[in-house]
Design a protein around this ligand. Sequence first.
Ligand code: 13P
Length: 246
Amino acid sequence: MKRVKYTIANWKMNGGKDSIKLVKLLARHIKKTGHIKSKVIICPPYTLLSDFIRLEKKMIYGAQDCHYQDKGAYTGSISAQMIKSIGCKYVIIGHSERREYQKESSNELRLKIQAAVNNNMRVIYCIGEKLSEIKNRMQVLKKQISTLNNNLDINNIIIAYEPIWAIGSGKTPKIIEINSIHKNIRTLLSKKFGVRKSNKISILYGGSVNSLNASDILKLEHVDGALVGGASLNYRDFSKIIDSYL
Ligand code: 13P
């Protein structure tokens, strides 16, 4: 089954007024190479998003979070509707850093996913186990997947499997293990949505992806791309990761 491949840059709380240079370099690289095998999406902080959309139209962008209400008295929050209105089509939801630091609950995540999909946005839904949960990994992932409503339009859903202990640590599961975990995630999705629908869902790997390990990870049968943190902030590293599909 041929699925859409994605290389997604999660800039987290990084980037400033000069960062458009990096975006332009990447856009030029993609155009010049002309044989990019994945959709490349940049998810910068909100403060940069509308400038980027205006200044480099060839790139695709995503936000790192959204609120579940369209508008209202929610100081400091930004809605899916607002993000969509500036021309941004993707949003990361459920990243482990937000689950931890913003104490985002499954219920809140369910509402956010619904709000994003209602606004016709594509959701990059993050799941992953803590170090202490490795033995119960599939139960943890099953529970996180259960946050997705059964009647959700899965055409708008991308799954990013990010083992929490692999994020920013330089560690990853063994390469063959990544493949089997992704295979098992697809089995969970098939049980929930049926085989035909679930086969369309791209499952990305995230957690210490870099220019050295990317080609081994991205050639795995059950891996449909990468969600990249630290290495996405560096032109050389990220462009190498983009080229690793070749
Ligand atoms: P690193 O690539 O820095 O490990 O971060 C992964 C991540 O959290 C992407 O969402």
